[in-house]
Design a protein around this ligand. Sequence first.
Ligand code: SAM
Length: 206
Amino acid sequence: MPLTDLEIPRTDGAIPPEVRRFIRDADRRISDFQVWSRVPAFVPSNFEPAYRVLRAVAENPLARGTRFCEWGSGFGAVTCLAAMLDFEAVGIEVEAELVAEARRLADDHGLTAEFVAGSFVPPGAENRVYAAGEYAWFTTEADAAYAELGLEVDDFDVVFAYPWPDEEGVTAELFDRYAGPGAVLVTFHGGDDFRLRRKTVGRRKK
Ligand SMILES: C[S@@+](CC[C@H](N)C(=O)[O-])C[C@H]1O[C@@H](n2cnc3c(N)ncnc32)[C@H](O)[C@@H]1O
């Protein structure tokens, strides 16, 4: 098995009021956005359980560091939640209007989170993506964002993604190939379903 599945520790503590307020505001903005603007590839995560999972990662010795990247960050809410948990949080999103909304959301809540327009697929990985399958929404048609960030995929300690079902395999494959040893991948799969996986330390890149 290329990535190791980890159990997500339970975090039963109350959600802080400022986080509740933030999630309410993000949900409201997204509902409004979806009335006037349609980006069919964008479906938001379930933010409260997402916060609980990120808090479990932050509060337990699961991640090797605090650099966080959301692959396909949409409205940016999960990246903002990571920032609220003191991750150095970055979101990469291919749709420019979503990047603008994400920046506005973070600014309005006084959060330090960076959003970059572009593709999270690392340069040179495009053929690997298309060899792995066909996708309804997944795209590689954008500049890679890592150059703008001045970072590589393997600089990130925690990557979050909400892949469409037909993107789940290739998302894990990209993480397995390009993330650094010991980095963790958090993925959302609908409802309350999250997976936490770690790239095995010392595994050789193919
Ligand atoms: C299912 S939505 C999830 C949004 C957000 N992560 C969340 O959990 O609320 C997937 C997002 O990935 C974006 N996306 C698809 N391919 C991408 C790529 N190669 N690089 C960056 N964003 C991409 C889509 O535009 C969409 O906003």
